[in-house]
Design a protein around this ligand. Sequence first.
Ligand SMILES: [Zn+2]
Length: 263
Amino acid sequence: MRGTQNLQRRSLLQGAGDSVEAAGERFRQAAQEGTLHDLDRSEFTVPGISASDAVRWAYENGMVSTRDGRAVYDRIMAAPPDETCPLCGHGSVRTLDHFLPKRMFPALCVDPLNLVPACADCNHAKGDGLPSTAGTTPLHPYLDRIDHDPWLGAKVTVSSPIWLDFFVSPPVTWEQVLIDRTRYHFALFGLARLFAVQANRTVSSIRKQLTELLNAGGKDMVRTYLSAEADTRLAHRLNGWEAVTYRTLARDDAFCSGAFTAA
Ligand SMILES: [Zn+2]
């Protein structure tokens, strides 16, 4: 009985190959055209297989739990440099997030481009949400590569204790829809708060050193140190919170003059 069932499953999955491939093609094209919010979900079913069976057979049993499938899963998980979550640029990769939810788009449940490595917080924040407009489509880390442009800005809003306000500061060359999407992404994953907390911790961890520099050479020495730290981090990641934190602090006169001394 079990053998017959397996054979049936196998033949249903094999028979679905062409339509799954066509669905993947439609996904790629819509992502390129910025029309992911307009996709017709009926075109992303798997013929002859219910959504929950497709996800269970192909993804949960096929990809996550078999040796060959797991090797593919692990390769996708290992793709981001330093295991850094590509959605927030901070957390560690812990899971694969279905960019378009697997139960609503079962034909994409094992499509590598629909599987985005993510940290647990980003995976949770995104949930099964669907893009409803072009401007409320989160950025796809492999299809929307924005990190060659500087887009992350920050300013010191409270100097004691230090608090940085992070925001999207898009280059003038960006189209409005990309600006909207980046701001949506920023809000969806709670990046302003995440980065502000990290910035705060960074200041705490270098306070002793900043105090010594201030005492030895005044605010210029503090600024020189912060600028050098910013430069090396900006070269590594132009829009990393760490790089932008150092750059923002270096440019803030009150901070360099000693505002950091108050814990
Ligand atoms: Zn994340």
